[in-house]
Design a protein around this ligand. Structure first.
Ligand code: PRP
Ligand code: MN
Ligand code: MG
Length: 175
């Protein structure tokens, strides 16, 4: 028993269009203030790479590695912080960039962690949101697409570390 790609849920064009919308909105909200994007690896790397390239003005980026799923399709409930940021975010406008919010555990852990650094502001930006699956109260400030509770892959998102290279978002099915 395994998994394989089912249907395309969000096309490459729809992704590009949404990324532009989000980037425009963020820049409008912060005007010409510098921004620090904290990208949650691995999943968010593709979305973030596109997002930063539609943002004008001063942008810093850094990465954090957090993982809670391992090779499972359900969260283990325990977030592991495998790499912290290097840039100083104290007094800065921070945007946490995620590919997807599911239980909310990863981002609520990271949000609390980065609040200790006393940023000027902290926003959450996620490409995908599965609100049905929330285990903790967490809302994103910028959301690309609200999606149903189906396991999805592509555009950075994996199943057992595979499929991150797909340029679209697709569902997978058990075979
Ligand atoms: C996935 C996804 C988010 C998180 C969302 O990461 O990329 O980071 O889970 O789930 P949550 O809201 O229930 O915490 P994963 O742990 O699979 O690591 P990866 O990004 O390296 O694939
Ligand atoms: Mn992730
Ligand atoms: Mg994963």
């Amino acid at each position: 028993m395994g998994y394989e790609m089912d249907n395309i849920l969000i096309t490459e064009n729809q992704l590009m269009q949404k990324v532009k919308e989000i980037g425009t909105q963020i820049r409008q909200d912060f005007q010409d203030e510098p921004l620090v994007f904290i990208i949650v690896l691995k999943g968010a790397f593709v979305f973030a790479a596109d997002l930063i390239r539609v943002l004008n003005g001063k942008v810093m980026i850094d990465f954090v590695v957090a993982s809670s799923y391992g090779n499972q399709t359900v969260t283990t409930g325990k977030v592991r912080l495998l790499k912290d940021i290097d840039v100083n975010i104290t007094g800065k406008n921070v945007v946490l960039v995620e590919d997807i919010i599911d239980s909310g555990l990863t981002l609520s852990f990271l949000k609390e962690h980065f609040q200790l650094h006393k940023p000027k502001s902290m926003k959450i930006c996620t490409l995908l949101d599965k609100p049905e699956r929330r285990k903790v109260d967490l809302k994103a400030d910028y959301v690309g697409f609200v999606i149903p509770d189906k396991f999805i892959i592509g555009y950075g998102i994996d199943y057992a570390e595979m499929y991150r290279n797909l340029p679209y978002i697709a569902t997978i099915k058990e075979v």
